[in-house]
Design a protein around this ligand. Sequence first.
Ligand SMILES: [Zn+2]
Length: 251
Amino acid sequence: MKCSDFIRDVGPYLDSELDPKTALEMARHAETCAACAARLEGERRLEASLARRLAAGAPTPELWDAAIRRVDRGRPTRRAWRWIAAAAVLAVVAGAAFVVWPRHHEMDLADVAYEHHAAYLLGTSPPEVTESRAGAVQEFLDREMPFALRLPEALDVGITGARRCRLGDTPVAYLVGRCGEEDVSLMVFPADGLRAFPDAAARFAAEGPIIHCHVAGLRFVGAASNHWIACGVTRGDAAKLQTTVAALVSR
Ligand SMILES: [Zn+2]
């Protein structure tokens, strides 16, 4: 067994989800590879610590963040999602308003935006560029995106990074940022990409150029113009998210 195989399977291994042969290979590898043994121990400690915090009482936004940021940083496995679900269930039981575990199929575009946001928070989809100096994200967009997207000078969400992504055939500029204390994910793509999102298209048709919904306890806002779709999710200020996505499509 190679270390890369071990890393890939360590979550299912801890969950006893592997077939006996693979589980045995995992155990043997951990006996002979100090790095993977340390990795396994780290995973075990992380789980124990999270379990203690979940059991300790009233959930807080910080606990929610701990669940989605720290568990399985490298891989959004079933196990990671179970922990997030556990945090969410506890929050709901405790009457906390800040999180509601996603109802299935909220709105197609909102679901996708949420999935990308969760992957960003989990660390599985880090930005390709960070705004380490003024203009770095704009330069990245100019260089890497197949369309010309000018970021407005002043946005209510502070852009901190970007990466490329795709929704089906549509190239998407994925931006991350901060709004006060909260993380924000933004997606901007040419308007014809909306074809892949019939729910969102119907909402825009019925409600006009700005649409809102909740997804997994976060706020989703979408904005449409003739040429662009922009949308975002955050736990933070929905009004600032709205002015931001509106500004992004106004170019
Ligand atoms: Zn190893």
